[in-house]
Design a protein around this ligand. Structure first.
Ligand code: HSE
Length: 435
């Protein structure tokens, strides 16, 4: 058998411990598929003494994870520390600058610094791989880079955050409240260290920005992702959506269009209403699902566990197997210098249907004021539900679904209602996921 691929692990949290377990449990089959064994030669983490449920005594400990890549006995560093900057980024830079390959599950770092790291990796002729950064165990990056490589991708969208999907589908099934279900997601190891990244949509936006770059050959542009999370959703929204024939899912969506003579990039993460008969309506729990529409392949659906120890570790080790086989390739599918700089797309003319929810005073004329604003903005209502006041609540919930029309019209209606004394909070707008 050929020389082993010698790896160092930086970070021994849920995923790091999982990587050790996968490599130990599947050692022989991994060696057969990779053409050589994968051997852990060094490990490092913030806390040496934490119990992780794996025996670390057989691996050499290094206190400073940043210098792992500089060790002569290390071929690849696996960065599983997390965080867009700090030790993770320092470790990534040192590794690549030392001429070693890097595997990471760090979506925040790749969304913010992926282009810099990829350019460095291309110059050093080493690999930079991050399959585990997007949709956990689902091989969606490989799917786009390799399986769908012959296609122009027209649109990519899906459920990219397991925590939000777990929260939404569990609230839907059990009627439990948001905070209670979030605590369960954290206990199960789905949530980020700071769960605000999950529930405010940032984690999904990191992943979407990475996917969009690979799908469209554009420069990663996390900052232009139009992002909203699930924190404003009420159990009543879920019930209203259900009554109208929809479930609510946090969807990340990206496409491109020509505007003013150049390609523009559309990227949005928002809760959407998804019709019961859409495949994404049946994606429950911490599952992720990504749809990519290729101009020859047609619609491709990738689905699986988007978080958790085993699935994420599985994706990390798949990257290591690729490196052991000598498969390097441009990290973003085409060399960084050839990625297109795309300005964010204007969205006003995009056609679609929306759900709009108002918390309104229960007095004469309020519904007339809301519908007048919609009329004046040119928004046509398809269906509308007003719920009676719950208990001693001051406001009633009025929710509606619009007919298809431009997004600018809905925005205009919301502007017209800005500051209205009839509304106790700003209206909540969610798009309906079209087919
Ligand atoms: N917090 C992430 C999620 C973990 O819930 O999907 C995987 O990236």
């Amino acid at each position: 058998m050929a020389e082993p691929l010698r790896i160092a692990l930086a970070g021994l949290g849920t995923v790091g411990a999982g990587v050790i377990r996968v490599i130990e449990a599947n050692q022989a089959l991994i060696a057969r598929r990779a053409g050589r064994p994968i051997e852990i030669v060094a490990i490092s983490a913030r806390d040496r003494n934490r119990q992780r449920g794996v025996d670390l005594s057989r691996y050499a400990w290094e206190d400073d994870m940043v210098i792992l890549g500089e060790k002569p006995e290390v071929d690849v560093v696996v960065e599983l520390v997390g965080g867009s900057d700090g030790p993770a980024l320092a470790c990534a830079r040192t590794t690549i600058e030392a001429g070693k390959s890097l595997v990471t599950a760090n979506k925040a770092m790749i969304a913010h610094h992926g282009l810099e790291l990829a350019a460095k990796a291309e110059a050093a002729k080493v690999a930079l791989k991050f399959e585990a950064a997007v949709a956990g165990g689902i091989p969606v990056i490989k799917g786009l880079r390799e399986g769908a490589a012959a296609n122009a991708i027209e649109r990519v969208y899906g459920i990219l955050n397991g925590t939000c999907n777990f929260i939404l589908s569990t609230m839907e099934d059990t009627g439990r409240d948001f905070a209670d279900v979030l605590a369960e997601a954290q206990a199960k190891g789905y949530a980020e260290a700071d769960p605000a990244f999950d529930i405010e949509g940032t984690d999904a936006a990191h992943k979407l920005a990475i996917l969009a770059s690979i799908a469209f050959g554009s420069k990663v542009d996390f900052r232009s992702v139009d992002t909203a999370g699930i924190t404003r959703l009420r159990a009543a929204d879920i019930a209203q959506a259900d009554a109208l024939g929809y479930v609510i899912r946090l969807i990340g969506m990206a496409d491109t269009e020509a505007q003013n003579g150049s390609n523009r990039l559309f990227q949005r993460v928002q809760p959407h209403l998804v019709a019961f008969d859409h495949p994404l309506a049946h994606v429950d729990g911490a599952t992720n699902a990504v749809v990519a529409e290729g101009n020859f392949s047609g619609r491709l659906l990738f689905q699986g566990a988007g978080a958790g120890e085993g699935p994420t570790a599985s994706a990390v080790v798949a990257d290591l197997i690729d490196i052991a086989r000598g498969e390097l390739g441009a990290p973003f599918s085409v060399p960084v210098a050839e990625l297109e700089e795309m300005a964010p797309a204007d969205t006003g003319h995009r056609q679609g249907r929306s759900y709009i929810r108002f918390m309104a005073a229960d007095r004469p004329g309020v519904l007339a004021e809301i519908t007048a604003a919609l009329r004046d903005a040119g928004v046509s209502i398809e269906s509308l539900i007003q719920k009676g006041r719950a208990g001693d609540a001051e406001a009633v919930m009025v929710s509606m679904v619009t007919h298809e029309g431009p997004e600018s019209a809905v925005r205009k209606a919301i502007e017209l209602l800005d500051g209205s004394s009839a509304l106790s909070e700003p209206p909540l707008v969610m798009h309906l996921l079209g087919n």
